[in-house]
Design a protein around this ligand. Structure first.
Ligand SMILES: [Zn+2]
Length: 402
């Protein structure tokens, strides 16, 4: 794999390339944008290029075909993808590439047992600041990719300031985030920011089709995921389409008698999702006793490379919330299209139920339901009891119904 395989994010790729060509590569980057659009993927390929002793130039043809923005580069610098360093990066075993995330909290001197919401200061001190001062093992560079870096506590961000401003020679830091506004201004000002936009609908459509997903599902997931390839692939592979249809049927028929049952059904389905998710990855539900080995570097890997950073159950609950929100967005779209003449659904198997939801909910009520769902998602991330949250949400849907 190489930088040319990072499709759909040409402007980010070209921005990095121009810095490299001008020999002014910043030591600290912030890669920001929605989840699942390739930030971690490009960070790893960028690290691979910086660590490769025999980089090559490749024509940009592939990216031009993918619709690259205006640029003045015909070739890009890329890793050779063959040397030992490249192979080690690909295998996750390169000693100079450090992937940092919250899971590492279990392996600091404090040995925190519990799943954390924040990336604590001991992780930053022990896994970033300390190794950053050591000469790279293989001589070329030492690179730190900090996943979900917006979860760094204020203390962690302050501790990192000096390393961000004056990193030791050959040290590069990439802060990956979907919430850059959570950084302290002092962190933002010390880094170059690279924006990642949502991937084009056609690109996601093509990728899903290539994996053999049925056409009606491709249309739904490509629209549902709104430019995020990671979740689109994940959801299509986990065969959640039938559950989505069941969810929308229940939403269309929601009343005060069924509200609590629907909430309980969603909580159960999220647990089932977690089981399938873990089974697909053939990993145990907890591995608190397992230390990171010298390979698969200290700490977990990102979802884009196969493992979740949040618990699978939480992920399932979040997806069900997003499906509810999407159903109301579709009902809102139905209202708009009805005014113009002919409603067209990206969700043909649930079109009748979406029309029913649109009949029950005015555009204003749909918007309120979407807002209530987003609020619930925020509370879920803050560890509020999921059963209570889904029950309250169903009651709120009935309250805003017009
Ligand atoms: Zn190489």
């Amino acid at each position: 794999m190489s930088i040319l395989d990072c499709q759909g994010q040409q402007s980010a790729v070209l921005r990095l390339q121009r810095a490299l060509r001008g020999r002014r590569v910043p030591h600290s980057y912030i890669f920001y944008g929605p989840e699942g659009v390739g930030k971690s993927l490009l960070a790893r390929q960028w690290a691979k290029l910086l660590l490769c002793p025999k980089p090559v130039r490749r024509p940009l043809t592939t990216m031009k075909d993918a619709g690259a923005a205006d640029h003045n580069l015909d070739e890009i610098d890329d890793c050779c993808d063959q040397c030992r360093d490249c192979r080690m990066v690909e295998a996750g075993t390169h000693p100079d590439l450090h992937i940092i995330n919250r899971d590492l909290a279990r392996f600091t001197s404090l040995k925190r047992a519990r799943q954390l919401i924040n990336l604590p200061i001991d992780v930053i001190r022990e896994f970033v600041i300390k190794p950053a001062g050591i000469v790279p093992t293989r001589g070329r560079a030492r690179i730190f990719i900090i996943e979900e870096s917006e979860t760094m506590s204020q203390a962690s961000q302050n501790a990192l300031l000096k390393t961000l401003e004056e990193p030791p020679p050959g040290t590069f830091l990439i802060l990956i985030t979907s919430r850059p506004e959570r950084f302290l201004p002092t962190v933002q000002s010390r880094c170059q920011s690279v924006r990642f936009g949502p991937l084009p609908y056609t690109f996601i459509h093509k990728r899903l089709t290539a994996t053999g997903v049925p056409a009606e599902q491709v249309r739904y997931w490509a629209d549902f995921c709104n430019g995020r390839l990671g979740p689109a692939l994940e959801l299509a592979q986990l065969n959640l389409y039938e559950k989505k249809c069941q969810l929308i049927r229940q939403l269309a028929g929601l009343n005060y008698y069924s509200a609590l049952d629907v909430a309980a059904w969603i909580v159960d389905q999220a647990k089932e999702f977690a089981r399938s998710y873990q089974k697909q990855r053939q990993e145990p539900s907890t591995d608190d006793t397992k230390k990171p080995g010298p390979t698969k570097k200290k700490g977990g890997r990102s979802r884009e490379s196969g493992q979740p950073l949040t618990s699978p159950t939480r992920l399932g609950q979040t997806y069900f919330l997003q499906m509810l929100s999407h159903a109301f967005s579709e009902a809102l779209r139905f209202h708009g299209q009805q005014e113009q003449g002919k409603p067209q659904s990206v969700n043909p198997e649930s079109a009748r139920q979406i029309a029913q939801i649109a009949q029950k909910y005015s555009p204003w009520a749909c918007a309120k339901a979407v807002r209530a769902t987003a609020h619930t998602e925020g509370l879920l991330q803050a560890n509020v009891n999921p059963s209570l949250l889904f029950e309250s949400l169903m009651i709120e849907y009935l309250r805003v119904e017009s």
